[in-house]
Design a protein around this ligand. Structure first.
Ligand code: PLP
Length: 364
């Protein structure tokens, strides 16, 4: 069996996949309303929020666009805190819709520096919102979101959080950390196929929404809210993925959030220790390595393209490469959602064989 260990899409349990073969139902009927309302309640528990949560059909990037167009107007100043590909993407969306983006970029592999965020907010008092990536999937780094949040709230800014590859896997109490818009995607830690994006919207975000002038139609939160009151979504949702999510949420609530978070900590530690024991070096800054994806730097003759090919063709093990200027420089092991010790052991076993074949000469 293939060991798919990329940071999304992630493997899905059989119970979840089976739900996908259910017959279609009326998405404006009572049965769908029950499923949607139930899933929304369960998501609120896992987001640790009392605010609105919406299930939108699309990929994570659609959720990032939704966050921008629902809270901002053209010309609004936003501070974009970016530590990698996805932070840059969030900024690009805001720029595309006419926001005045103030970029605060950190070296890839590092986390965002809180003092620099504070200084940027102090320097430019007309900033309306701060955009940040909780877990930067492209570099395998998790920002200290609690600390960033306290800086953002000290200056009373709207806090837009890309939590696509962290929520449901890494600790993120949405209300306690004052996140105004929090976005996640079904294919990351939720054990569900791609197709749904889940967003939480705070009261402050609703206030911003009432004044936000950016064009929006498909992603309009006000429409999502009025339809949810009827147990519906404005547009036809990905019904099969909602079925799947419903089962996955039950599994998650049964495992319980603290246990899920602890399992991700264990899997990440096992992965980090395992790759270090093979003589490899981590790419992420010490202390900020992600618990959902481990990034490993190329060293000692390692040809990453060749390594990924050997793993794929000879070990049925699929790992992620580096994106943009990290292509060929790092590779990534996803360990989020449905993942066990055995999955990590199998990756490490395959690596042990494949590394020397891909040119790696460990100094250890
Ligand atoms: C995967 C991911 C995205 C993009 O999501 P898509 O579903 O591919 O559109 C954005 N941000 C982060 C942090 C991600 O991990």
């Amino acid at each position: 069996m293939t060991n798919l260990r990329i940071p999304g899409p992630t493997p899905c349990p059989d119970e979840v996949l089976k739900e996908m073969s259910r017959q279609m139902i009326n998405h404006r009927g009572p049965e769908f309303a029950r499923i949607l309302n139930d899933a929304t309640d369960k998501l609120k528990q896992l987001f640790m929020t009392k605010n609105d949560v919406f299930l939108l059909t699309g990929s994570g990037t659609g959720g990032l666009e939704a966050a921008v167009v629902n809270t901002l107007s053209p010309g609004d100043k936003v501070l974009s805190v970016s530590i990698g590909v996805f932070g840059d993407r969030f900024a690009a969306i805001a720029r595309q819709f006419g926001a005045e983006v103030i970029p605060l970029c950190f070296e890839w592999g590092k986390s965002a520096n809180i003092d620099e965020i504070r200084q940027a907010l102090k320097k430019e008092s007309s900033i309306k919102a701060v955009m940040v990536t909780h877990n930067e999937t492209s570099t395998g780094v998790t920002n200290d979101l609690a600390k960033i949040s306290s800086a953002v709230k000290e200056y009373d800014k709207l806090f837009l959080v890309d939590a696509i590859s962290s929520l449901g896997s890494i600790e993120l109490p949405v209300d306690e950390w004052h996140c105004d818009i929090t976005i996640t995607g079904s294919q990351k830690g939720w054990m569900v196929p791609p197709g749904l994006v889940m967003v939480a919207v705070s009261e402050a975000a609703w206030k911003a929404n009432a004044e936000a002038k950016m064009p929006r139609f498909y992603w309009d939160f006000a429409k999502a809210k009025s339809y949810l009151e009827k147990g519906q979504t404005p547009w036809t949702p990905a019904v099969s993925i909602v079925f799947a999510l419903s089962v996955a949420l039950d599994m998650m609530l049964k495992e319980e959030l603290p246990n899920i978070i602890a399992r991700h900590v264990r899997m990440a530690e096992k992965t980090r220790n395992g790759v270090k024991a093979l003589g490899l070096g981590l790419f992420a800054e010490e202390g900020y390595a992600s618990n959902t994806v481990t990034s490993i730097a190329a060293s000692d003759g390692l040809d990453i393209k060749e390594l990924l090919r050997i793993l794929r063709e000879e070990h049925q093990t699929i790992l992620g490469g580096g994106q943009q200027h990290l292509a060929g420089k790092i590779f990534r092991i996803g360990h989020l959602g449905w993942v066990t010790e055995e999955d990590i052991d199998n990756v490490l076993k395959a690596l042990k064989v494949a590394l020397p074949q891909a040119g790696f000469r460990s100094k250890k």
